[in-house]
Design a protein around this ligand. Structure first.
Ligand SMILES: Nc1ncnc2c1ncn2[C@@H]1O[C@H](COP(=O)(O)OP(=O)(O)OP(=O)(O)O)[C@@H](O)[C@H]1O
Ligand SMILES: Nc1ccn([C@H]2C[C@H](O)[C@@H](COP(=O)(O)O)O2)c(=O)n1
Length: 232
């Protein structure tokens, strides 16, 4: 496994859905001049490709056979992250309800994880000034030697309220249904055999339930700066 330049700081941010990983990671990366990688977008992208190419997402063997076919490219500018599949902009279609409902099954297939993990490691290794990588297994599996590991949590109620606020006006906003869907996806992501959603033993846990997004960003920026200062 290649590593980034010695001065680069690598930050892994993991946690369940709706805990604020993407919002926090993007803002922290922008403030500190780091690159940013949304690994959930990559699993969503491969899921979208499976759906649009007629692969049965309930058939792990069919998914495994097709896993190497799509070309997934992630842009890591925190001000404008991008994701393409075979050269097509996938940023909008990967956020549909259909993709969200199928991504846990696709991302549980070991062949998918092996390919996406390799891609994530190569992106992190080429980020010369450092990178914030967010997902479910970054601290445990993808980048176990990350300089700083954060595990974000929040109550299911807080997470559902955040998601409902986001969806208002676009799709159904039933709070109870949103909470049930979050809990179901977390259970699938935590319960899979290959690199499940988990807190690394050396990760700092931040419960964001009672914190504003700005407070969480400030907390993580401080942790990164402390880590950088300690390395000098
Ligand atoms: N501390 C917070 N307080 C209030 N709202 C927040 C907080 N953190 C994030 N949010 C909001 O919650 C929503 C979900 O946040 P975000 O997408 O960053 O979570 P996530 O952990 O990346 O979710 P997922 O894993 O499902 O992609 C967004 O609308 C975001 O603005
Ligand atoms: N490192 C990762 C990141 C994401 N996944 C899977 C599991 C999630 O439910 C799904 C979508 O992620 P989101 O966009 O909601 O952050 O992708 C994973 O298995 N490992």
């Amino acid at each position: 496994m290649e590593t980034a330049a010695p001065s680069a700081v690598i930050v892994a941010i993991d946690g369940p859905s709706g805990t604020g990983k993407s919002s926090t990671s993007k803002a922290v990366a922008a403030k500190l001049g780091l690159r940013y990688l949304d690994t959930g977008a990559q699993y969503r992208a491969i899921t979208w490709w499976m759906i649009t190419n007629g692969i049965d997402t309930d058939d792990p063997h069919a998914i495994a056979v097709a896993a190497g076919k799509p070309g997934i490219v992630s842009g890591t500018d925190p001000a404008a992250p991008t994701i393409t599949v075979d050269g097509l902009d996938a940023s909008v279609p990967i956020r549909t309800q259909e993709v969200t409902s199928k991504v846990s099954a696709v991302s549980a297939v070991p062949e998918v994880r092996t390919l996406i993990t390799e891609l994530q490691r190569s992106i992190a290794a080429s980020a010369e000034g450092g990178i914030v990588v967010e997902g479910r297994d970054i601290g445990t599996t993808v980048l176990p030697d990350a300089d700083l590991k954060i595990f974000l949590t929040a109550s299911p109620e807080a997470r559902a309220a955040r998601r409902s606020g986001e969806l208002r006006g676009k799709e159904a906003t039933d709070l109870a249904a949103t909470k049930d869907a979050l809990i179901k996806r977390d259970a699938a992501d935590s319960g899979r055999k290959t690199s499940p959603l988990a807190k690394a033993g050396d990760a700092v846990e931040v419960d964001t339930t009672e914190l504003t997004l700005d407070q969480v960003i400030e907390c993580v920026v401080t942790l990164v700066e402390e880590k950088r200062a300690g390395r000098q």
